[in-house]
Design a protein around this ligand. Structure first.
Ligand SMILES: Cc1cc2nc3c(=O)[nH]c(=O)nc-3n(C[C@H](O)[C@H](O)[C@H](O)COP(=O)(O)O)c2cc1C
Length: 385
């Protein structure tokens, strides 16, 4: 019977791989999955699970098949099978990111640091394998829908995928960029041969509402690596205007913004003074992580709300930066240096007005790191009376 007709008559069901389904999985890999690609039949979907050396050495299907059985029974090989009736027609290898040895090693090799927040739970999709005659008929989409639903229900922060950069690659087993884009994934890094894309999942407490302001707030994260590319005048003005648009107590508008280029020598002096006061050795980065622009916010002395107003303004600026594709970092660590014995010297150099004191700073530029936004514990931090 024609494939589409069968698919119209029988529903696709998706089942998580459990040891009891190991036989179905093996049958699929032994006989169905690589019917059109016998040269790949040795694979047994181990690429993500082996270190690179073993992956390269193990070219024989026998030892790989045995290893796959072992991993399935140990619950280490995870993923979903797509069934049409009782027949397996597709498979997707999905796991917690840290369980993919291959990814961890690959990231280390190229010095890529996806994020550094303990407790962030990332689900990775490593491989799709749809039976030849069922390709292009929505099987991968059905698998992806189920993966997203389960990951959200299980409290994951995001799903991460690795589509090949070469969109013409004949066997895009990591899933295609187009499919991921259609499903709300966005690119977070370009590792040349693969792109990294992520889809952030809703956490408990997040309302089912979305607009660009909320999306920007969700996506913003401190950037601690920048390219040397300077901000354009429009970009800088966009950030400054966001600061000026922020509310101030009694509409006093007492915040002053001192804009410096990252290569202004006063910043090196300030960095040294900060380190001296903190008893720090030479740090791998300066306090603004070599960003091309640093903006210092100061407030009128003696005005009770100066610190709060500066905080509101700096967050407006950080969000503005994020919304136009820039990275930013809010910086408080130079507070003591700017309030200490050299206060007058630094205030003068930064053209902080008379009778004003530093409150907070913002570094901004083109970010070269991509950190997943921080997680939070809604229950702990919120009390609804
Ligand atoms: C008032 C304030 C001062 C901060 N000062 C610094 C700083 O001096 N250096 C730094 O690297 N990060 C600084 N940060 C950034 C925080 O470490 C960061 O916001 C926090 O770890 C949460 O991460 P996220 O911004 O990526 O969500 C500061 C943030 C705030 C709100």
């Amino acid at each position: 019977m024609e494939v589409q007709k069968v698919m119209d008559e029988q529903k696709i069901t998706i089942r998580p791989l459990v040891p009891e389904l190991c036989e179905d999985w093996l049958q699929y890999f032994d006989k169905i999955a690589f019917q059109d690609h016998e040269d790949w039949a040795f694979c047994y979907c181990l690429e993500g699970h082996l270190d690179r050396k073993t992956q390269e050495e193990w070219t024989h299907p026998g030892e790989r098949r045995t290893k796959a059985i072992e991993l399935i029974h140990a619950g280490e090989m995870r993923g979903y099978l797509a069934y049409l009736g009782e027949k397996v027609i597709g498979w997707c290898n999905v796991n917690d990111r840290e369980n993919y040895r291959y990814l961890t090693a690959m990231f280390q090799e190229i010095g890529y640091c996806p994020e550094n927040i303990p407790g962030t739970r990332v689900k990775s999709i490593f491989c799709f394998l749809i039976a030849p005659e069922y390709r292009g008929r929505g099987v991968a989409q059905s698998l992806l829908n189920r993966i997203c639903e389960d990951a959200e229900r299980d409290g994951y922060d995001c799903i991460e995928v690795y589509p090949f950069s070469d969109e013409k690659f004949e066997f895009p087993y990591h899933g295609t960029r187009k499919m991921y884009e259609r499903n709300g994934f966005t690119e977070t890094a370009d590792l040349k041969w693969v792109k990294i894309m992520q889809k952030r999942l809703k956490k408990k407490g997040e309302q089912n509402m979305s607009n660009t302001v909320l999306e920007t707030m969700k996506l913003r994260s401190s950037a601690r690596a920048y390219s040397a590319e300077k901000l354009t005048e429009d970009e800088l003005n966009c950030i400054l205007e966001a600061g000026l648009q922020a509310p101030t107590a009694t509409n006093r508008q007492e915040i002053h913004f001192s804009v410096t280029d990252g290569d202004n020598p006063i910043l090196s002096e300030l960095d040294e003074e900060k380190s001296r006061l903190r008893g720090q050795e030479k740090q791998p980065h300066n306090f603004y992580y070599e960003a091309p622009t640093v903006i210092f916010l100061s407030a009128e002395d003696g005005f009770r709300w100066g610190g709060v107003d500066a905080g509101i303004a700096v967050q407006n600026m950080a969000l503005a930066a994020e919304s136009i594709g820039l990275g930013s970092l809010i910086i408080g660590c130079v507070y003591d240096a700017l309030h200490g014995e050299k206060k007058e010297y630094f205030s003068k150099a930064l053209q902080i007005p008379e009778g004003y004191s530093f409150q907070i700073a913002l570094a901004a530029g083109h970010k070269t790191d991509h950190k997943i936004p921080h997680t939070y514990d809604f229950e702990r931090q919120v009390t609804v009376l």
